[in-house]
Design a protein around this ligand. Structure first.
Ligand SMILES: *Cc1c(COP(=O)(O)O)cnc(C)c1O
Length: 402
């Protein structure tokens, strides 16, 4: 049985979170329910579960206690009613989009999003006759420009903030005002911020999506995704899409995500403090042309980030003097940072969006989204900030000065 508990701070909720109502043993940590099906007590019980007159577990494509626990935990941390766990962040995005929009419908998204999201919106969805109306980051700050794209077939607004890879900050409350006025839901990809730094639903958004692969897991060892929102919408996503297309999360991965979440608060504190130190170092470095990090007062989204995030996050991008050739030299010279895609891991990761994560964009599409060829993206880890800075400093010192 779930016990009533006093209101807890976010740090405590992250560690304790939901009481495990599904587990009858006395385990301190919930066990992994690695089972495809569940026994019925008798034929009447089985029939009652199928008819819905009784609630319970039947089959793990439909629901599983370990996966339910992760869903409850994410709903708690994102302040939503319910959640659905999926096999990847893309599965969470696809299941949500395909439930909210039908052939002939459209939705609005900023051009600057995760590369896989962009390709899905820009190319794949066309095959389903679902249109994405893209708005540039500059126009995404103007309510009039967003509203001009909305018509009677617009089913939702989609945003990512901070956005990948340029760290554009979109004003969640401003988008909430538009969504409310036009009576369409706002969906926010909260992967970069995590529920520790930002809670879009508490600000009025309708849904939050995570690539749990990143900070939620936190250890670079599993792929998964979660969507959080109203129970009625989450139930539709499960019943209309997930149950049939089958992009479910395995109980083992759900268990690893629950394990990862326990340290989310301490990891994020260290990630963010390290990132601020690295951003300040790069910002003052003579061989760096530009640093994109919302914690720097020079970043155009600095004040909005301050208003809607607890800290500024640990993702950043920068441009080296000498363009892409100099950037490649930096990526090939680092020894503490690892050259790899993905983000939100304990390890600091460095990569080149134009040729890697955002190669799904044409050059013209990248230019529109502000993703320059010389941009290098950094996911700052939880190593010693001094070691990360010394590593980047050493790589930069190998560049010829002009
Ligand atoms: C990685 C990522 C995704 C996709 O998630 P997967 O788990 O790789 O499918 C979506 N949005 C953002 C912001 C991401 O970083």
């Amino acid at each position: 049985m779930t016990k009533k508990r006093p209101a807890l701070s976010k740090e405590t909720e992250i560690v304790h979170g939901v009481h495990d109502a599904h587990v009858t043993s006395m385990d301190l940590v919930a066990p992994i329910h690695m089972t495809s099906a569940f026994r019925f007590k008798n034929s009447g019980h089985g029939a009652a579960l199928f008819s819905g007159t009784q609630q319970g577990y039947i089959y793990s494509r439909i629901s599983n206690p370990t996966v339910s626990l992760l869903e409850e935990k994410m709903a708690l941390l994102e302040k939503g009613e319910a959640a659905v766990a999926a096999s990847s962040g893309m599965a969470a995005i696809a299941s949500t989009v395909m439930t909210l929009a039908k052939p002939g419908d459209n939705f609005i998204s900023c051009t600057t999003v995760y590369g896989g999201t962009f390709a899905f919106f820009n190319q794949r969805l066309r095959h389903f006759n679902i249109e994405t109306r893209f708005i540039t980051p500059a126009e995404a700050c103007k309510p009039g420009s967003i509203e001009a794209l909305i018509d009677s077939k617009t089913r939702f607004l989609f945003m990512e903030t901070p956005a990948n890879p340029t760290l554009d900050i979109l004003d969640i409350r401003m988008w909430v005002d538009i969504a409310r006025r036009r009576r369409i839901p706002l969906v926010v990809d909260n992967t970069f911020a995590t529920p520790y730094l930002q809670n879009p639903i508490a600000m009025g958004a309708d849904m939050v999506i995570h690539s749990a692969t990143k900070y939620i897991g936190g250890h670079a060892d599993i792929i998964g995704g979660v969507a959080v929102g109203k129970k009625s919408v989450i139930d539709r996503i499960k019943e209309e899409y997930v149950h049939y297309f089958g992009p479910i999360m395995s109980p083992f991965n759900a268990w690893l995500f629950l394990r990862g979440i326990k340290t989310l608060a301490v990891r994020m504190e260290k990630h963010c403090a390290n990132a601020m130190a690295v951003a300040n170092f790069l910002g003052a470095h003579p061989k760096i042309l530009k640093v994109y990090h919302p914690g720097l007062p020079s970043h155009p989204g600095h004040n909005t980030a301050k208003a809607q995030m607890k800290h500024f996050g640990a993702m950043m991008a920068f441009e080296v003097r000498g363009g892409i050739e100099a950037g490649k030299k930096v990526m090939d010279s680092v020894r503490v940072c690892t050259l790899a895609v993905s983000l939100g891991d304990c390890d600091t990761l460095i990569q080149h969006p134009a040729s890697m994560t955002h190669s799904t964009y044409s050059k013209a599409e990248r230019e529109k989204a502000g993703i320059t060829d010389g941009l290098i993206r950094l996911s700052v880890g939880i190593e010693s900030a001094d070691d990360i800075i010394a590593d980047l400093g050493n790589a930069l010192s190998l560049l010829k000065s002009k």
